[in-house]
Write a protein that binds this ligand. Structure first.
Ligand code: SAM
Length: 301
């Protein structure tokens, strides 16, 4: 077997002598200490539920794929747990956009530890133009407040041109929202978000986290969703027409399509038949392929 040399008694690293522990993943202070030092009392209005376990944040970073050679956009780094995971897992560069200026000193310490690899922008992720600061290939990773996360996801899924600027999205959501993203026809969670996400991306839940994984603990379970951009849509359709058909269908999800889609096209019953959908069917049982077929027929007039 391999023998492990023992550290001689009394021979301690400086941080150990001083009673300061250092995290195994990067040699920076543990997050609990960072939060105490910078007095980062969590603010509810900013949706602050922090991840303090660096093994967990490194695991989330690994779920984002091979980061070497990639720029990673991180939204809402907070005290930097996921940021450190992304850097330790080899991201070429991380661009972190954080609204709360109280987090900047903690993030500056990480930037100093990884020279030239972390850029921090203090601002609202919904307003900052990040593209000027990123070089492809680009991946996105974030643990964001629920409402901001959903709004950004929809934005990232609906760019003017496809493929988008990003290769993958690795995002923490409330578990229920994650289920809506990956849902299949016939499930309760199936709707606009599932169709939007799955039309041009591969979406899967890669991790489920209990409330206790966060400090402070939220009320509900969370889940990490990993989305990979497809080179082209799974089925052809005009994005605006598809969105209109899907929105109308799910606006009244318990109604039959011949009535919920009445306003979409004057001959909707005939088009539904042509797309292979019974006019008495409900939106929640119609597949992505069928919705795309219907959208093409609607667009054709
Ligand atoms: N990433 C850290 C972690 O995993 O521990 C923090 C996660 S916490 C759930 C959400 C973070 O997003 C907070 O740091 C909060 O200040 C930040 N945030 C909230 N709204 C934001 C916005 N519109 N733009 C940028 N950051 C935002």
């Amino acid at each position: 077997g391999v023998s492990h040399p023992r550290t001689p008694v009394g021979y301690l690293r400086q941080d150990e002598r001083e009673g300061r522990a250092l995290a195994a993943i990067d040699g920076l202070p543990p997050l609990r200490e960072v939060i105490a030092t910078h007095e980062l009392v969590a603010k509810k209005a900013l949706g602050q539920n922090f991840l303090l376990d660096l093994n967990l944040t490194a695991k989330i970073a690994r779920a984002a794929g091979d980061l070497r050679g990639c720029d990673v956009l991180e939204v809402g780094p907070g005290p930097g747990g996921l940021t450190r995971g992304l850097l330790a897992e080899g991201a070429r560069r991380v661009l972190a956009v954080e609204k709360d200026s109280r987090c900047l000193p903690a993030l500056a310490e990480i930037a100093a530890h990884y020279p030239g690899r972390l850029e921090v922008i203090n601002g609202d992720a919904l307003a900052v133009d990040v593209l000027a600061h990123l070089t492809p290939p680009i991946r996105i990773a974030a643990n964001l407040p629920y409402n901001v996360g959903t709004e950004l996801l929809i934005r990232w899924l609906t760019p003017a041109v496809w493929p988008p600027f990003w290769q993958s999205l690795t995002l923490m959501f409330q578990k229920e929202v994650a289920e809506r993203i990956v849902a299949k026809p016939g499930c309760d969670h199936y709707g606009r978000l599932a169709l939007l996400a799955q039309w041009r991306a591969e979406a899967k839940i890669v991790m489920v986290l209990p409330p206790e994984a966060f400090t402070p603990a939220p009320k509900v379970y969370s889940a990490v969703v990993h989305l990979t951009a497809l080179p082209a849509p799974r089925y052809p359709a005009d994005p605006a027409v598809l969105e209109r058909v899907v929105a109308a269908g799910f606006n009244q999800r318990r109604k039959m399509l011949r009535s919920s889609l009445k306003g979409v096209h004057p001959r909707i019953e005939a088009l539904l038949e042509e797309a292979g959908i019974a006019p008495t069917e409900r939106a929640e049982r119609v597949s992505l392929e069928q919705f795309c077929h219907l959208a093409r027929l609607v667009a054709a007039g």
